[in-house]
Design a protein around this ligand. Structure first.
Ligand code: KG4
Ligand code: ZN
Length: 345
């Protein structure tokens, strides 16, 4: 029998989060504590992240249970992000989850962070179910997947260098915009003209054919360099030009992501697309995908709260993983890089 009440924790990066999930979609309690300490450094400082998780995790879990009106003894399964992520940060969650599982006599399941991002949308949209084309775009990953069923992930394309979110963060830094870069760029771009500073569309051209090594591959590092070169030509990021540069960068990144996703839609013949990861927040990306998918297409994207790092998606993925693989042993460990379970290359 599958457990009805799952408690999950997420500590892979700079969000300390806990969630209580009943069944497949009933989110009874959900708390996300976003660590503020990294803002002054313009990026996540791993050691500070670990310490902040350690200080806040107990309180975050208690708050989620309180919101859910659930006593910790009622929890039937404990889920935790086991990787990939910052290893020190992950360890805080994994150690907490194993201790709780042992103390309560309940099973624990280690969850792959990116598989959880894929499950986030299913919490809000009952139809965000396989088969679908999945686009996972976060600060650390860019994965284009064909998902015929949960647990089977055919890798179509991934990034050869920077992840999509990382590219937004680096571009924002070049433009003097604050971290995290994606939302800052989106805000600045609203007042910009994307055609004023043409930027390249890396690894995207009309001559590519299915089967070509770069047909689905992404690369964002050259785009960031093109932005830097443009800035040098302009003699810096002036207040007048920043909105146009932000708009140009966003348009280039979004066009590559959307067109390659559409290639997957054409090739699989499946017009359902599911987005996951922080960059799924991008209104520009969603609009572009909707436009290209047309009326016959279905685009599912999580709400703001569920697209960035959160424990609700960990709880949902833990439920699936427990049914699929059973409980993890107490030797469960955190891993900075963890292969996606069920990945088919
Ligand atoms: O999934 P996530 O919260 O953390 C990771 O697992 O990495 O993703 C964070 C990333 C950051 O790089 C952030 O800049 C990006 O998501 N992001 C966005 C937007 N909102 C967040 N990128 C583009 N446009 C956005 N609106
Ligand atoms: Zn994430």
């Amino acid at each position: 029998m599958s457990p009805e009440l799952v408690l999950a924790v997420e500590t892979s990066c700079d969000e300390t989060s806990a969630a209580v999930l009943r069944g497949e979609r009933e989110l009874l309690g959900h708390v996300i504590f976003s660590q503020d300490v990294h803002r002054v450094y313009g990026g996540v400082v791993p050691e500070l992240a670990s310490r902040a998780h350690l200080r806040t995790l107990d309180a975050v879990v208690a708050a989620a249970l309180r919101e859910a009106g659930v006593a910790v003894r009622e929890v039937e399964l404990i889920g935790v992000t086991a990787g990939p992520g910052l290893v020190g940060a992950l360890l805080v969650g994994v150690a907490w989850a194993k201790a709780a599982a042992w103390a309560l006599g309940r099973p624990v399941v280690g969850v792959h962070h990116m598989e959880a991002h894929l499950f986030a949308t299913a919490l809000e949209h009952p139809d965000a179910q396989p088969p679908f084309v999945g686009l996972l775009v976060s600060g650390g990953h860019t994965l284009l997947l064909w998902v015929p069923r949960w647990g089977e992930y055919h890798l179509l394309g991934e990034t050869r260098d920077d992840a999509a979110g990382e590219a937004f963060d680096k571009a924002a830094k070049l433009l003097g915009l604050e971290y995290p870069g994606g939302p800052s760029i989106e805000r600045a771009a609203a007042a910009g003209d994307p055609t004023r500073h043409p930027l390249p569309r890396p690894l995207l051209h009309g001559g590519q054919r299915p089967g070509d090594a770069d047909y689905y591959a992404f690369s964002f590092s050259g785009l960031k360099t093109a932005l830097r070169v443009r800035l040098q030509q302009l003699g810096g990021a002036s207040t007048e030009e920043v909105p146009h540069l932000a708009a140009a960068f966003q348009a280039a990144a979004v066009e590559v992501l959307a067109r390659k996703t559409l290639r997957a839609v054409e090739q699989t013949g499946c017009r359902r697309v599911v987005l996951g990861g922080g960059v799924a927040n991008s209104r520009a990306l969603r609009d572009e995908l909707r436009r290209r998918l047309g009326a016959a297409g279905e685009l599912f994207a999580p709400s703001l709260r569920l697209s960035t790092d959160n424990a609700a998606m960990i709880a949902r993925a833990a439920r699936f993983r427990y049914a699929h693989d059973g409980a993890a042993p107490l030797e469960l460990n955190a891993r900075a890089s963890l292969p996606l379970p069920g990945l088919v290359r």
